[in-house]
Design a protein around this ligand. Structure first.
Ligand code: ATP
Length: 284
């Protein structure tokens, strides 16, 4: 039997860091939502008790460093599954981009193997397993739109954003999430985005207010280290995007656009100097 799972990319409409905790993690408050740019996982059972990962791209690890491998190993160990699995990752989400590609692959592997092996694990238990693999994995298990608290694993689902176009542009640099958090001085942050303002905008379904309330404190680190990310934000706004923000720890910048008529100008303008540009829809 062969099964397929989609692993969509996430963007952060809001990302705030409250403090550094004693365990080394940062206490965050985020609003995350999915966009229609997705990896696809193909999973099939193997006759031998082993985990094999393949991908059409050569720049991700295929051994135990791969998050989908780790997800398969965890579920096998925890539920005593003595069967093997072959997972092919059709990668579409740019890597180390702030779009949670690896986390979403891990979440899709958890969902898929639950089905493949008929384990009947409830979603909240899959989320707990996901939290062992990475802070963004629980959200990627559920999808939708959610406020994430703690280190990202405590989820509260909320009203999805009003439908719009999302332009994603990834400059040709890879940013390590750990580095960005390492350089962040949470106690020196002068301003924080408004969680109340953004949840209100979403509750009202107001596209314009959602654009005004976009905010990500990690921009203070990444934009300083990589001025090209700031330039990309400015260009997207100039080209006509209604709201612009860096996703996660970057370097991908996303622009929200309400009118389809504006898309060609934004896409063509960005493609003049940025090779990786995607025009997608919100997954609502
Ligand atoms: P996050 O915002 O959750 O940190 P990201 O989008 O910035 O995620 P990923 O694309 O998840 O970053 O990649 C981060 C690192 O994880 C990469 O350097 C890559 O080597 C490793 N990795 C492990 N598994 C995968 C996977 N399935 N797909 C992509 N990268 C993976």
């Amino acid at each position: 039997m062969k099964i397929y799972e989609k692993a969509p990319a996430k963007i952060n409409l809001l990302l705030d860091v409250l403090r550094k905790r004693e365990d080394g993690f940062h206490e965050v408050e985020m609003i995350m939502t999915m966009v229609d740019l997705a990896d696809r996982l193909e999973m099939s059972e193997l006759p031998r008790d082993t985990i094999i990962i393949s991908s059409q791209v050569g720049y991700i690890p295929l051994d135990e460093k791969n998050l989908a491998f780790q997800a398969a190993r965890l579920i096998k160990e925890r539920y005593d599954v003595r069967k093997g699995v072959y997972i092919h990752l059709d990668k579409k989400i740019p890597v180390a981009a702030g779009l949670a590609g690896g986390s979403s692959d891990a979440a899709a592997a958890l969902r898929g193997l639950n089905r493949l092996w008929g384990l009947g694990i409830p979603q909240d238990e899959l989320c707990e397993l996901g939290a062992e693999l990475g802070s963004d994995v629980p959200f990627c298990v559920t999808g939708g739109t959610a406020i994430a608290r703690g280190r990202g694993e405590k989820l509260e689902h909320i009203q999805p954003p009003p439908q719009c176009w999302v332009v994603l542009a990834k400059p040709p640099i890879n940013v390590s999430t750990a580095d960005v958090y390492g350089k962040l001085r949470a106690n020196e942050l002068h301003s924080h985005p408004s969680m109340a303002g953004m949840t209100e905008a979403l509750a009202q379904g107001s596209f314009n207010e959602m654009c005004r309330q976009l905010g990500n404190v990690l921009e203070t680190v990444t934009l300083k280290a990589y001025p090209e990310v700031l330039q990309l934000k400015e260009s997207m706004l100039k080209l006509g995007a209604d709201g612009v923000l860096m996703s996660g720890s970057g370097p991908t910048v996303f622009g929200l656009v309400s009118k389809q008529a504006k898309l060609a100008r934004i896409y063509n303008g960005l493609r003049g100097f940025c090779k990786e540009v995607y025009v997608v829809r919100m997954l609502t």
